[in-house]
Design a protein around this ligand. Structure first.
Ligand code: SAM
Length: 214
């Protein structure tokens, strides 16, 4: 791996949810400065814009419900709100990151949750799910996609960013194939080379799944 921003080197080397929690608790206040200013972090904007092309409020103004999994400080929620989507629930393992997200005032609800475990949400409850920067090295592995599609209603879009360098090598592509095989999801799009950390020369595959009927 090339040398990256010191915080990126650090977080990609994490290995447990507890380590993620304490490291992001520590990083929370500087996270947005470091990622957006210093790394050119573009993924939240890109992914939110793609989701906003896939779902929109109903004619009567009813908002589709969106789960932002691994919401961090709320960059995705803010981008979704700018795109007219406002019924957003955020979950994250770090209370300090959630505090930053809360301060933005764009989430309908925020809660602490570990994406490596079963989520407390019922099946098929969300009209869309988005997960940016969290299914990644040192963070959350491919198995977590099972829960993301479970909580999405059949046909709902599930938008994910997964670094190009791990999409196949670390089993995310294979897990999507398993989900397809058992009817839990369909892979609708996988766009490699999507700008992620522009200043770090890191790209991702922007993935759109459609939750299945399983
Ligand atoms: C790179 S940040 C991305 C945050 C946000 N989605 C964004 O794009 O700015 C990764 C996030 O994943 C969260 N995280 C790491 N492991 C987690 C886990 N097991 N369960 C839930 N969240 C986790 C971290 O606390 C952090 O907020």
């Amino acid at each position: 791996m090339n040398k990256h921003h010191p915080m990126l080197e650090r977080v990609y080397a994490l290995s447990t949810p507890d380590e993620c929690e304490s490291t992001y608790d520590e990083w929370a206040v500087r996270y947005e400065h470091d990622t957006t200013e210093e790394m050119g972090y573009a993924a939240p904007e890109r992914a939110a814009a793609r989701l906003a092309e896939l779902i929109r409020p109903a004619e009567d103004g009813t908002q589709p419900s969106v789960l932002d999994a691994g919401c961090g400080t709320g960059l995705v929620g803010a981008a979704l709100a700018r795109n007219g989507l406002t019924a957003i629930d955020g979950i994250d393992i770090s209370a300090a990151m959630l505090d930053q997200a809360r301060a933005k005032g764009v989430y309908r609800s925020l809660a602490k949750a570990d994406l490596t475990r079963k989520l407390s949400f019922p099946d098929s409850g969300y009209d869309a799910v988005i997960c940016v920067g969290t299914l990644t090295e040192g963070h959350v592995g491919p198995e977590a996609m099972d829960e993301l599609v479970r909580v999405a209603r059949p046909g709902a879009p599930v938008v994910l960013t997964i670094l190009d360098r791990i999409w196949e090598p670390q089993g995310y592509r294979a897990r999507v194939a398993e989900l397809e095989h058992r009817g839990a999801a369909v892979l609708e799009e996988a766009v490699p080379g999507t700008v992620y950390h522009a200043k770090e020369n890191i790209t991702c595959t922007l993935v759109v799944l459609r939750a299945g009927t399983r």
